[in-house]
Design a protein around this ligand. Sequence first.
Ligand code: NAD
Length: 311
Amino acid sequence: PKKTVLITGCSSGIGLALAVKMAKDEQKRFKVYATMRNLTRKDKLEEAAGRTLGKTLEIKQLDVCSEESIKTCVSSIPDRKIDILVSNAGMGLIGPIECQTIEEMRTVMDTNFFGLVRLLKEILPDMKKRKSGHIVIISSVMGIQGILFNDVYAASKFAVEGFCESLAIQALKFKLQLSLIEPGPVITEFETKVFEDGMKMDLSAADEETADMFTNIYLKNYKQIFQSLGQSAEEIHTVKIILAENPPFRHQTNTLYTPMTTLKYADPNGDLPIDTFYKMVFQHDKIFSASLNFIKLLSHLTCWPTVFTSI
Ligand code: NAD
């Protein structure tokens, strides 16, 4: 029998790519419920789904910020049976906190963190009863390590990670699997939207130095970082994790990024990654773009994991 998969945030990006990939599985192992907040945005998914539409892929409405919408969607699935839940819906937010409203920050937490909590409140009890199920969460490397001007976004992903670490212990008791997927930069609408919002941001509440740092260092290098380090939505091989016999609790998708996250585990004081990011951003010769230095530094750092294991 086919495994039932429910994926959130499928109108674009990683969610759309994953839904289509699973629906087109040659062995037809999955029945995919590809959900999105706003059904008027279903054209791109319909087109990509092609002949799988109405067969191995069905589109449903689901807003992770609405308990009612989640309930309605889950109840419409035969026996409410979801074998694999992919919590993917999410949003970004960049900029100095002085220039963001609490309301904007709350929306990020509400979507990225409480969105997952609402899904699990509805779906976890059924999985526990059946003693089977796999919960897959699209987190981020920013769930492990913060980055300049991503304060609230990183906080929302840290919240997701802490929540899942706690829940994973209980999940094990019920024979459920839980996996956090941690991509680095991915080239999707997310990146475009976050960048455009950053460009439009009213920086008048920030001091000159902060505003300059955001515009002339962060935003200036933003696109290049995505272009040089970015993966495509198709490169986030979530299906591999889903099909793994023993799926890992954490999976980082971008090997170029691993050295940065390794720094965190290398120094219990926590200074090493912060100093490294500081040097990358502020102490490099201006003739080189910060992004180029970023890449260079990363390539130097690829020796780190080996160094650690040899210690
Ligand atoms: P995306 O913007 O293309 O996709 C996010 C989707 O979530 C969109 O379709 C959006 O409509 C949907 N969404 C937002 N609020 C929602 C709500 N309340 N209910 C239902 N759906 C909602 O971007 P993406 O890159 O595909 O992002 C998918 C996930 O990957 C997010 O959780 C994001 O944080 C994470 N991620 C992205 C990147 C990146 O660089 N793009 C990196 C690491 C992690």
